[in-house]
Design a protein around this ligand. Structure first.
Ligand SMILES: Cc1cc2nc3c(=O)[nH]c(=O)nc-3n(C[C@H](O)[C@H](O)[C@H](O)COP(=O)(O)OP(=O)(O)OC[C@H]3O[C@@H](n4cnc5c(N)ncnc54)[C@H](O)[C@@H]3O)c2cc1C
Length: 389
């Protein structure tokens, strides 16, 4: 039996792939199943040097993704990327799905590119609620793969946090849950995400993991355009982007912009705000330990953010934002990865019968939406495991 720990992008994919070729699969998930529209309640915010956002629930962090689906430049994954794009129905955002604010921004620069997304645009209402959980069932999230795996006979345990891997004679033979229960299997695949997978390994006595953490750090800067009511808060975010060597810029509404405006004494209505995310591929220098996460930006990272912020500010001014109203959010990261990349690329076992399938195996710096890569890597791992099995 394959035991898979976690049901996010990496865990759900490997579970689905293995179940579809007739393997016995047990998925063990720490969180519970929640209605998609309540996804924001499952946010788990890690307060390190900068805030790191991820989710604990069935489907993991995929439930709150913005649907951005971009390949990394990894040749060996080309066939798996193709397969993943087909299954997730990846399409560029159609022009008629772009909202008012996005169209205003399109007019002030010719450098914008259209974002590919794993969203079914025949169902999407462009409501801007992706990061809270899609209310239209239009966005792919990994519960789609979990359902497929269950239909193919996989079993699922919810509310079952895994404490550690049971190891005998340098071979993984099962997992121990936090409640003390032990479950045995032939192959163990940890997919608890880049913060929790290294912690499970550390608690299992494999303590040389947890460093090389990157998070794709970002800020959102924005301000007010009173007369035009951009309404970015109620439209599909990140429908377009500008990619520079040092940073990416994309339309993004954050409730922190409103809070920051109000705290500066500027009266604001969410409909009046237009914002831009500035995201960088930060240097992978963070550390996850059993009870702490340390992640700060380097001088070079801060310079890249500052450079991106300047260009974003110019775009906001060109679109008519009142200069005195421009505010920025604090620095956050929503793509934690890399924390086990030193010991595996995701295809080789860490020790006999113990594999990883999640963002922890991606080598940083990264700087791209990781879901498509995590899925493609999981598909490749599955093909390796099934041809060996
Ligand atoms: C707001 C937001 C927007 C995003 N938008 C995008 C986007 O548009 N495109 C994109 O590519 N990426 C996006 N991301 C990032 C993306 O969602 C994650 O990088 C991806 O889901 C990580 O996959 P994973 O399998 O590594 O971990 P996760 O998807 O986080 O899954 C980990 C799973 O393990 C479970 N778990 C944790 N600990 C244990 C334990 N001890 N025992 C059992 N189970 C455990 C968790 O509950 C979870 O189900 C976004 C992230 C955020 C926060």
């Amino acid at each position: 039996m394959f035991i898979i720990v976690g049901s996010g992008a990496g865990g759900a994919t490997i579970a689905k792939e293995l179940a579809c070729v007739g393997k016995e699969v047990l998925i063990i998930e720490r969180g519970s199943e929640i209605p998609t529209i309540n996804a924001s309640k499952s946010y788990n915010i890690v307060r390190s040097g900068i805030e790191i956002w991820h989710n604990i629930c069935l489907g993991g962090t995929t439930l709150v993704s913005l649907g951005n689906a971009v390949r990394a430049n990894i040749d060996e994954l080309n066939d798996f990327y193709l397969e993943a794009e087909r299954e997730l129905n990846v399409k560029n955002v159609p022009y008629h799905h772009m909202g008012n604010a996005t169209k205003m921004l399109l007019e002030v620069s010719s450098d914008w590119k259209v974002m590919p997304k794993h969203i079914d645009f025949s169902k999407c209402k462009s409501c801007g609620k992706c990061p809270f959980g899609c209310p239209c069932n239009a966005k792919w999230d990994s519960t789609h793969f979990i359902r497929e795996a269950l239909m193919r006979g996989a079993k699922l345990m919810l509310n079952s946090p895994v404490e550690k891997v049971i190891i005998r004679n340098n071979k993984a033979i099962g997992v121990k849950l936090l409640n003390g229960k032990e479950i045995f299997g032939d192959t163990i695949i940890l997919s608890a995400g880049s913060i929790e997978t290294p912690r499970i390994l550390i608690r299992s006595g494999i303590d040389y993991v947890g460093d090389n953490l990157f998070v794709d750090a970002f800020i959102t800067i924005g301000g007010i355009i009173k007369d035009k009511k951009p309404g970015l808060n109620k439209e599909l975010n990140m429908a377009i982007f500008i990619k520079r060597e040092d940073y990416l810029i994309s339309p993004h509404y954050s409730t922190f912009l409103l809070q920051n405006l109000l705290s500066r004494g500027i009266k604001a209505n969410p409909d009046d705000i237009i914002g831009l995310m500035v995201k960088i591929a930060d240097e992978p220098i963070g550390i996850v330990s059993e009870d702490k996460v340390l992640k700060n930006l380097t001088k070079r990272d801060l310079e890249k953010l500052e450079k991106g912020k300047k260009e974003a500010e110019e775009l906001l001014l060109r679109v008519g934002v009142d200069y005195d109203s421009i505010v920025s959010t604090h620095i956050r990261g929503a793509h934690p990865g890399g924390t086990c990349s030193k010991i595996t690329n995701g295809y080789e076992p860490i020790l006999e019968s113990l594999y990883l399938s999640d963002a922890s195996t991606i080598k940083g710096p990264f700087g791209l939406p990781p879901i498509l890569t995590i899925i493609s890597k999981a598909k490749k791992l599955s093909s390796i495991l099934t041809s060996r099995a």
